[in-house]
Design a protein around this ligand. Structure first.
Ligand SMILES: *Cc1c(COP(=O)(O)O)cnc(C)c1O
Length: 357
């Protein structure tokens, strides 16, 4: 089996082996040290300033999205939500659930956000902007320099969901002046799902302390305070946190986030160069290193996903909803190589010979 899904993705052997071990007790100096190193390494990898903090929540990426929305904003805020697909829609749904006033900028699927679309919201008193750096559902990568400049000019707190973009696209939290950066264990961190990560700027920490949390499990103040001693309020996904530690250490040793981003970019470029001549169109007008969204011209996208899974032992990522039959995605995160790309492209060629695409 080769897994080209966009999460969970394939893990390195070293990470898989940690998953096979017994899970240790965690209220120990050793585990605290591991967690403090996790916090330090995460901050390094997103170019966060020394005063930033990182919390690790046990829950998938959505837990970090929800914790960010509910611990930082309230009914006196007015948020802008960039909605280019199912992850943007999730931010809008979270604002609705938590009664936070917001305006949604809805984009056509596969289209990036343009400066002219943001401009009308300047000087309107918005206090925060929620965006998925890569809208993974359609594979669109937003122009974060443009978005960050807009936020800076208008004194808007920027929440950047980098869940799929972290390590797959260049990311500099300080340069973006981002208030919050979010990621998760099962995308380019290439660990099992179950842990999400929030890097908080000093302003974000201040916001957390000025809000009363209405949820025990996702209370970021509790998480921040426990994090000072390398601990979490409740039993975390200890095994995954150990895997994240090994992975962060290994990325650091291999040249840091920039080297991993370059490796993923090269893998994505290799795949994209191999598919010329196949009956596919690239669906997005602004690509991330994490994923290539493809629109097949001659067959149902969902059928291609099913046939590859059933007959070739290859998993690509199907789309849901309105895009189910028109788009499937090929991920480039995790333990994949150009040889794996070659296997996938050979399978596409075989489908073509069989008149299935
Ligand atoms: C994967 C992902 C999420 C989180 O989804 P979970 O299923 O909760 O892990 C959120 N945002 C983006 C952009 C993602 O790619």
């Amino acid at each position: 089996m080769i897994n080209f899904a966009v999460g969970p993705v394939q893990s390195e052997e070293e990470i898989l082996n940690i998953g096979a071990e017994q899970v240790p007790y965690f209220r120990t100096p050793e585990f605290s040290q591991t967690m403090l190193e996790n916090e330090y390494l995460m901050k390094q990898m997103v170019h966060a300033s020394a005063e930033c903090r990182t919390v690790f929540l046990t829950g998938s990426g959505t837990a970090a999205m929800e914790a960010s929305v509910m611990n930082l904003f309230g009914e006196n805020d007015r948020l802008l939500v960039i909605n280019g697909g199912s992850f943007g829609a999730r931010f809008a749904a979270l604002c609705r659930i938590h009664d936070i006033p917001f305006t949604e900028i809805a984009l056509e699927a596969g289209r990036t956000l343009r400066r002219e679309e943001l401009a009308p919201y300047a000087g309107q008193g918005y206090t925060g902007l929620l965006i998925n750096i890569c809208e993974t559902s359609t594979g669109v990568l937003y122009d974060m320099d443009m978005v960050a400049a807009f936020c800076r000019e208008n004194h808007i707190f920027l929440v950047a969901d980098a869940i799929s973009s972290f390590l797959a696209d260049p990311l500099d939290m300080t340069a973006l002046n981002a208030g919050i950066v979010i990621t998760g264990s099962q995308k380019a961190l290439a660990c099992p799902p179950g842990v999400s990560v929030i890097v908080l700027s000093p302003e974000a920490v201040k916001r957390v302390y000025s809000h009363r949390s209405r949820c025990m499990y996702l209370d970021l103040r509790d998480a921040l305070e426990n994090g000072l001693r390398g601990q979490t309020p409740f039993t975390p996904a200890v095994g995954i946190l150990l895997q994240i530690h090994a992975r962060l250490v290994s990325i650091e040793a291999a040249g840091g986030a920039a080297a991993e981003t370059a490796r993923i970019a090269a893998l994505a470029a290799d795949f994209r160069s191999r598919i010329h001549g196949l009956p596919f169109e690239i669906f997005s007008d602004s690509l991330s290193g994490s994923v290539t969204p493809l629109h097949p011209l001659t067959a149902s996208a969902y059928d291609i996903f099913s046939i590859l899974k059933e007959q070739y032992g290859i998993w690509v990522c199907p789309n849901g909803g309105a895009l189910k039959d028109t788009v499937f995605r090929v991920g480039h995160m995790g333990a994949l190589t150009p040889a794996d790309n070659e296997v996938l492209v050979s399978a596409f060629c075989d489908l073509q010979r069989r008149n299935l695409i």
